[in-house]
Design a binder for this molecule. Sequence first.
Ligand SMILES: NC(=O)c1ccc[n+]([C@@H]2O[C@H](COP(=O)([O-])OP(=O)(O)OC[C@H]3O[C@@H](n4cnc5c(N)ncnc54)[C@H](OP(=O)(O)O)[C@@H]3O)[C@@H](O)[C@H]2O)c1
Length: 339
Amino acid sequence: MKAAYFSEHGGLDTLTVGDLPDPELGPGDVRIRVEAAALNHLDLFVREGWPGLRLPLPHVGGTDLAGVVSEVGADVAGVRVGDAVLVNPGLNFEEDGDGRMVVPDEPDIVGETRWGGLAEQCVVPATHVVPKPDGWSWEEAAAVPLTSLTAMQMLRKADARAGDHVLVVGGGGGVAVMAIQLAKALGCTVYATTGGPEKVERVRELGADHVVDYKEDPDWWKTVYGASGKRGRDVVVDPVGQATWKHSLRTLRNGGRLVTCGATTGPVGETNIQLVFWKQLRILGSTMGTPRDLHDALRLMQEGRVRPVIDTVWSLDEVREAQARMEAGKQFGKIVVRP
Ligand SMILES: NC(=O)c1ccc[n+]([C@@H]2O[C@H](COP(=O)([O-])OP(=O)(O)OC[C@H]3O[C@@H](n4cnc5c(N)ncnc54)[C@H](OP(=O)(O)O)[C@@H]3O)[C@@H](O)[C@H]2O)c1
């Protein structure tokens, strides 16, 4: 099959587009003819590698994908050749009896621990395909899974409820675009930061009530804090990390919750410990989400209350340019690649 792959970790120039053997199909698997894949920041991190990451190489990234089932394993029931599907990439993120996510010791994630969707074909367990919603384009179907289930789980972990004031930082990112819309759909008042006037406008169009341009306003936390009578935020959704951490904590009210799923700008943030104990803040970590998170996010999308946001669409041969756009932070929403 034709695929975008790397044989060593590193920069964009490690990405090659060429032929690889077709992935093997296990008895519980389905083979998908990929129609569209969407980039996540994870694709950049996996390509670059990190200490302790031991992937068999070559590796094919691409955590989000949608396509047509072209073959099913011997034990598969309920999924048929010809089905149009998208994929829940978190293969072992399930719930306990109380609806809480059980954190796996060894996460199994499409595009990270196994080959992903930046290829003509992808093999995944049949248990993790979901019917493509009627009327959706392939680009929309691919754009949704990882960011929506991650954002939904973050809001759940932070116990975000109707009436809460929620801040989402880095509003143009994939997770953030979903978190803004999901928080609005939950009935929250939403504050967001983003970089540049064009993105400010687009974040407003998503439904955010107050938007601050962090590039124009380096002390944006004061603006956010003062935006509604100096009432601190109940929840901050922070996928950005080092660059926003200190300010994000400052915007919280007594008893507020900061939830993080990532560290795009670096992993070491400054924490004012006095602020944490005095205001009795909670700092929550969140990774991936459950099948219910994806199901609930998709339902809100089918009701028209949340929408996939496509930034640009590229061919597989243009995968370097597509990843370069994400590296430069130029995107708003999801960058899609069509094999
Ligand atoms: N743990 C998990 O399960 C999980 C799942 C998904 C993602 N993640 C992580 O979450 C993070 C976001 O992922 P993504 O795919 O949404 O990434 P993305 O689409 O590349 O978004 C990154 C965003 O970060 C913002 N940003 C960059 N520098 C900033 C700065 N100095 N100040 C404020 N904002 C800044 C930008 O926002 P603007 O466009 O508004 O400027 C940019 O769009 C990544 O670290 C990823 O690994 C984790």
